[in-house]
Design a protein around this ligand. Structure first.
Ligand SMILES: Cc1cc2nc3c(=O)[nH]c(=O)nc-3n(C[C@H](O)[C@H](O)[C@H](O)COP(=O)(O)OP(=O)(O)OC[C@H]3O[C@@H](n4cnc5c(N)ncnc54)[C@H](O)[C@@H]3O)c2cc1C
Length: 466
């Protein structure tokens, strides 16, 4: 679809070895949304110079370029919805430095999250943001989405761990954003603007990430609860009591029913909701916290509280939790997975309202997520194939977004807007806020070549004429 002349120029710019024009493009068409958009070409960049050359070429020919990390996104951020070129960052996969004195890592964006965890461990350090996709998602994708994860309830999300970014602007110029120091207030924080910008403002090519001392000990608790109301009440009590677990993961009744057979232990009859907690810190500190958490679980009506320090069972529990997104996809014909957040004191009310919305439209609603952050992964599911049930599912999703915002929350806590939630951005952003943000995009990218047609309502943007 690109002209022969354009392709010749592109090949000259990035080199034949980095350019994919054949059926291998299919591997870059979809992310975890599983909605494919086949790009016209894929560039597997090997150097910053490749990216500069690609973006200059794209500006000359007004061709869209969509950055891609590991393709585990759940909002379609890496999809080439307007065609053009997918820029794969997979070859930017080096850990350049682990510095235990400054407690930072210098990494390229294609490094997979778990690889940094493994590299930091021998230095007694760890990188706290741990999306459930940590074994497959890239650090560049994590920064571009400002990813969260179970540990973020204690340690904060990705943004809190980014010190400095090197990035290529759509014009092809290279900028460095932020000092390497923990403090620094010179000018606006372009670093913070790029974090969570979903690959629409610049291509991140190098990152300095903050590391933390690894806790001496981590204890896992599983609270077997009678219902999600007691799980939500327990999360509120834990906060009120001033305790900070390093994970507070939740499964509602429908989620427990789905994975009951996959768990490493049999659940008693009356157990219909689960809270998976972690207590970390110094040896005595972790133990004391675990005991206090266990006590609160008992007071909240837990039928049993199971506790372990590492080991097979704890690993299996985490695996079941981390796989939940895949499990729902495998066991239902159609799935829409959302990631709203609401204030902690509105969680139960929100859950009940979501279920009522599902019942009214005849679709299943199942929820799990990072309860300590008020972050619910509300899955709207159907056992039926077909457009009619999908349309009803979308109606429920839209109402859930309105509910989350009415409760003082957000339509997306960590997965981003991408193209998936783009039609609903106006539910959360005021017209003034959205216009201001669209103007920022125009300033960075006047020709709208970098990941166009994402996040905002872009009525005035012309289609790429392939
Ligand atoms: C099973 C499962 C569990 C998940 N659990 C979580 C979770 O707990 N928390 C969470 O936050 N997310 C979670 N996710 C979603 C997803 O893994 C994250 O959004 C992740 O950060 C995406 O990283 P990626 O490398 O796959 O990025 P991609 O999907 O490839 O891209 C995501 C976005 O980042 C942009 N991008 C990628 N690299 C760059 C770069 N170098 N420069 C500029 N832009 C770039 C892309 O353009 C796109 O907009 C989960 C996904 C799955 C499938």
């Amino acid at each position: 679809m690109l002209s022969a002349e354009q392709l010749r120029e592109l090949e000259a710019a990035v080199g034949a070895a980095s350019l994919i024009l054949d059926e291998r493009r299919v591997a870059f068409a979809a992310d975890e949304l599983k909605v494919p958009y086949l790009p016209h070409a894929v560039v597997e960049a090997r150097s910053v110079a490749d990216i500069q050359a690609l973006l200059r070429w794209a500006n000359r020919h007004k061709v869209p370029v969509t950055p891609r990390g590991a393709g585990t996104g759940l909002s379609g951020g890496a999809l080439a919805v307007r065609g053009g070129v997918v820029l794969s960052m997979a070859r930017f996969n080096r850990i350049l430095e682990i510095d235990p004195v400054n407690r930072w890592a210098v990494v390229e964006p294609g490094v997979i999250n778990f690889q940094l965890q493994e590299a930091a461990a021998p230095h007694g350090l760890f990188y706290p943001p741990d999306p459930a996709s940590w074994e497959s998602s890239s650090l560049g994708g994590n920064v571009a989405e400002d990813a969260g994860g179970p540990r973020c309830v204690k340690y904060g999300v990705t943004r809190a761990y980014v010190l400095q970014l090197e990035a290529v602007l759509p014009s092809g110029e290279v900028i460095t954003c932020g000092p390497r120091t923990r403090k620094g207030v010179a000018g606006y924080s372009l670093r913070d603007l790029l974090i969570g910008s979903e690959g629409t403002l610049a291509v991140i090519t190098r990152m300095v990430l903050r590391l933390q001392p690894k806790p001496a000990r981590t204890l896992t608790l599983l609270a077997l609860l009678p219902d999600s109301a007691s799980a939500c009440a327990l999360a509120a009590t834990i906060n009120r009591e001033g305790l900070t677990p390093s994970a507070l993961e939740f499964m509602d009744e429908a989620a427990v029913e789905l994975v009951r057979g996959d768990l490493p232990m049999a659940l008693p009859e009356g157990c219909r909701s689960l809270l998976l907690l972690e207590a970390d810190g110094g040896r005595a500190e972790a133990e004391e916290l675990a005991e206090r958490l266990g006590h609160l679980c008992g007071e909240a009506g837990a039928l049993d509280v199971w506790m372990a320090e590492g080991g097979e069972k704890a690993a299996r529990l985490w695996e079941v939790r981390r796989r939940l997104s895949h499990t729902t996809r495998e066991r239902f014909a159609q799935k829409l997975s959302e990631d709203i957040a609401v204030p902690l004191d509105r969680l139960q009310e929100c859950l009940e309202a979501c279920r009522r919305l599902g019942q009214a439209k005849g679709v299943h609603v199942l929820a799990y997520g990072h309860l300590g952050d008020g972050n619910l992964h509300v899955n709207v599911l159907s056992r039926e194939e077909g457009e009619a049930s999908l349309a009803r599912m979308w109606q429920v999703v839209e109402e859930i977004f309105r509910l989350a915002v009415d409760f003082g929350g957000t339509i997306t806590a960590e997965h981003g807007v991408g193209c998936w939630k783009q039609p609903y951005i106006g539910i959360e952003l005021s017209p003034q806020s959205e216009q201001l943000q669209m103007n920022i995009k125009r300033l960075f990218d006047p020709n709208n070549i970098l990941n166009p047609a994402k996040i905002f309502s872009w009525p005035q943007i012309e289609e790429f004429d392939a």
